[in-house]
Design a binder for this molecule. Structure first.
Ligand SMILES: *Cc1c(COP(=O)(O)O)cnc(C)c1O
Length: 364
C-alpha cells in the first residue's frame, strides 16, 4: 500500500550527530537558562542571517508576542497587519491587548503597501507585515510609510529563514523580525524562535521578558514570563544549521520540478514572485482557477484520497474567526479572500523523493 505524504516533515540531522552533541549535557547538567549552546546558536544565527542581534526564544509565537510587548504600546492601540497568515500573527497582537487592523494583500500574498496609509488613525502604533511563503514584503515602501508616520515595523519572518533581499539578510528590515524554528519550518530547533534587530536595548528587554524579568539573584527588573530556549533545542539548531545549505538545495530542486510541470496545467496558477530574492523554498503554494477541471476543495479531497495531504494554507483568513472578529478592524480584503479561497500548499520537504514528487504531479 502506498504511504501517506504529508505537507511537511521535520528535518532532522543524522542521529549520531545529535546524540554526540548532547552528551556534554549529561556532564554539566546545565540544560536550560541561557546555557552554552543557547549562546553558541545565537552567534551562529547572527552570522548565518547576517544580522547584528539575535535573541532566541521558546517558539516563534512567544517571540512575536514578546517583541510586540517590548515596545510597550498603549492598550487598545492599532497594528496594521494582514489576515493571510498563520493565526499566530493575529493572536500575538490581540494577546498584547492591541487591535489588529487588517489590510489587503497583493498577488504575492504580502501586505499591499499602497493600502496601508488609508488605514492609519491616531491610534496606529505599528505595522506587522508577514513575508508569507518567503515572499518578501515591499520593505522599502513600508519603511518610508513608517518613518513618515512614526510607526514601528515588526516583520513576521517565520517563513523567510535565511532569505536575502537585494543581497541583504531579511532579518535586517524594520525594527525587528521574528522567525519560527518550529519542526515544520525550513530550519528547526524542535520548537523555537528568534528575533533579529539592530538595537542592543531590545536584546536586553527580550532577555528580561523571556526570563521573568530576572537580572540578578535579588533583582527583578520588569514583569516578564518564561520563554527561554532550552539547551536540547539549541543543540538541535546547531546540528541543523550545519546542513542548511543542503536542506534548501533539496527544496529548490523539488520546487523547480513542481513549477515546471504544474505551470503547463490549465487552471493552475502561482502567486506572483519578486526578483532579487534569494529564496528558501519553504512552501509550494498553488492557486486553483475556475478553468481548472475541479474546484480547490475538490482537488484537496482528490489528493487526500490518493494519500497526498496538501493543506489550505492560509484558509480561512485569520480575520474570519469569531474570536478575532470581536477585537479587530477590517477593511476591504478582496485579494486576500481570493487567494485564500484558491490556494493549496503542496508537500514540500527535503526528504520528499523525486518519485514521490512525480506521483503528486501526475494527479493533476
Ligand atoms: C509558524 C508560524 C508562526 C508561529 O511560530 P511557532 O514557532 O509555531 O510558534 C508565526 N507566524 C507564522 C506566519 C508562522 O508560519
Amino acid at each position: 500500500m502506498k504511504k501517506d505524504i504529508w505537507v511537511t516533515k521535520a528535518t532532522l540531522p543524522p542521529y549520531e550527530e545529535y546524540i554526540d552533541a548532547i552528551k556534554p549535557l549529561w556532564e554539566s547538567h546545565f540544560i536550560t537558562n541561557m546555557g552554552k549552546y543557547h549562546g553558541q546558536l545565537e552567534n551562529e544565527l547572527k552570522s548565518y542571517l547576517d544580522v547584528q542581534e539575535v535573541s532566541l526564544l521558546v517558539n516563534g509565537h512567544m517571540a512575536l508576542e514578546m517583541t510586540i510587548q517590548s515596545f510597550e504600546f498603549p492598550v487598545g492601540s492599532e497594528v496594521i497587519t494582514t489576515p493571510f497568515t498563520f493565526i499566530s500573527t493575529t493572536h500575538a497582537i490581540i494577546r498584547n491587548q492591541l487591535v489588529p487592523v487588517f489590510c489587503d494583500v497583493k498577488k504575492d500574498g504580502t501586505i499591499d503597501e499602497d493600502k496601508i496609509e488609508s488605514l492609519i488613525t491616531d491610534k496606529t502604533v505599528a505595522i506587522l507585515p508577514v513575508h508569507v511563503y518567503g515572499n518578501i514584503c515591499n520593505v522599502e515602501a513600508i519603511q518610508k510609510i513608517a518613518n513618515r508616520r512614526n510607526l514601528k515595523v515588526i516583520y513576521d519572518a517565520a517563513h523567510a529563514f535565511g532569505e536575502k533581499y537585494k543581497g541583504c539578510g531579511v532579518g535586517n528590515f524594520g525594527d525587528a523580525s521574528v522567525f519560527s524554528f518550529h519542526a515544520t519550518k525550513v530550519f528547526n530547533t524542535i520548537e523555537g524562535g528568534a528575533v533579529t534587530f539592530s538595537n542592543r536595548d531590545l536584546y536586553e528587554k527580550l532577555y528580561s521578558l523571556k526570563n521573568f524579568g530576572i537580572r540578578g539573584e535579588e533583582i527583578v527588573e520588569s514583569v516578564g514570563a518564561n520563554a527561554k530556549m532550552n539547551e536540547f533545542c539549541a543543540v538541535m539548531g546547531l546540528c541543523n544549521i550545519k546542513h542548511i545549505d543542503e536542506t534548501i538545495e533539496s527544496r529548490r530542486r523539488i520546487w523547480a520540478y513542481y513549477k515546471d510541470k504544474l505551470s503547463k496545467i490549465e487552471g493552475i496558477e502561482f502567486l506572483e514572485e519578486k526578483d532579487c530574492i534569494e529564496r528558501n523554498y519553504s512552501y509550494f503554494p498553488i492557486l486553483v482557477s475556475s478553468n481548472y477541471k475541479m474546484s480547490r476543495d475538490e482537488l484537496y479531497l482528490y489528493l487526500a484520497e490518493n494519500r497526498i495531504h496538501a493543506r489550505k494554507y492560509f484558509y480561512p483568513l485569520t480575520s474570519s474567526h469569531d474570536c478575532c472578529v470581536r477585537c479587530s478592524k477590517v477593511d476591504n480584503i478582496d485579494v486576500a479572500k481570493d487567494l485564500s479561497e484558491r490556494v493549496l500548499t503542496l508537500p514540500m520537504y527535503p526528504e520528499l523523493s523525486h518519485k514521490e514528487v512525480e506521483e503528486i504531479v501526475e494527479l493533476f
